[in-house]
Write a protein that binds this ligand. Sequence first.
Ligand code: BMA
Length: 327
Amino acid sequence: MIIGTNLPNIPWEERPVGCTDPIWRYSANPIVGRHDIPSANSIFNSAVIAKDGEFVGVFRSDNKAMEQQLFLGRSKDAIHWEIEHEVLRLYCEKTGECVGLANGYDPRVCFIEDRYYVTWCSPFEGSYGPTIGVAYSYDFKTFYRLPDAYLPYNRNGVLFPRKVNGKYMMFSRPSDNGHTPFGEMFLSESPDMIHWGCHHHVMSPGGWAWTKVGAGPIPIETDEGWLLIFHGVGTTCNGMIYSIGGALLDKDEPWKIIARCKPFLLHPETTYECVGDVPNVCFPCATLTDAATGRIAIYYGAADTVVALAFAQVDELTDYIRRNAIQ
Ligand code: BMA
C-alpha cells in the first residue's frame, strides 16, 4: 500500500494479457523523442512530478554539441510534454541574480514540505564534478541553487520525500569522473539540505548488477517500508548494460535492506532501449504514484536517447521483490 497522495490522473495502462512481469512497458513508448526540442540530439533520463492537478518535469537533453543540459517541461497528462527551448537558469537565493545555466545530467525532482528540489549530476565546470547539484523552487519557475551536496565525484543524488528521524535523507553513489567501473550506494543525512553527513552504506553491486548500483526515482513510501527502484549495471564484452532493479528498505532506518530482488525488474530489450546513442540502457529517474489504486508510473531514459514509461502495481511489485529476494 502506498503512503502518499491520491493522483487519479497519472498515466496508466493495464498489464498486457499474458504478461507476468512485475513491470510492463507503455505500448506507445517512447513518450519523448530525441528531437522534441530544436537544440536536442537526445532527451532522456528525466524527472517528472505532479503539480496543481497537472505535471511538471526537469528534462535532460544533450544538444548537438553534446553539452548536457536541463530543461523545464509541462504536461496535462504526463505523457505529452511541452519542453522549454531555453536551458533552465539557476538563481542565487540571497541576491536573486542568475548564477548560471543548469548544466548537467540525470535530474531527480522531489517535493519536500513546501518546495520542489532538483538534484542532478553537476559536471566539470563550477562543481569540479561530477557531483550532486541541488536547487529548489516554490513555483517550478525560479530555481535557487544551494551548495553542492558532496565533494567530487558523486552521482545519482536522490532525496527522500520527507524527513526521516528529523533529517533530510539523500542516496548517492561516490564515483570517479568517467564511466565509473565501480559503484556502491550510500545514504546521507542532513539537518538543513546543505550539510550532508552520517553516511550509511546501503547496497553493493551484485548478481545481475555486478558492476554498480545507483538509486533511481525518489523512493516510494509503503506500509512495508521504502520501495526503492534503482539502476544496476553489468559489464559484458560489448560494454555496460543498465537494467532496473527493486528493493524494500526499512521505514525508520532506510539504509537497511529488507528485501533485494534477485531478478531485474526491467532489462533493455525493445528497439528504443537497445538502439540509440548508448545501446542497452534503461535508466529510471522518476515515478508518479496514486495511493488510492496503488498504481505506479515509472519514467526511464532509454538508450541515452529518449524517455520511456512503464507501469507497476505497488502490492504486486513489493510482493514480487519479497518472493524473489536474495537470501
Ligand atoms: C551514466 C550516466 C547516465 C547514462 C549512463 C549510460 O554514467 O552518464 O546518464 O545513462 O551512464 O550511458
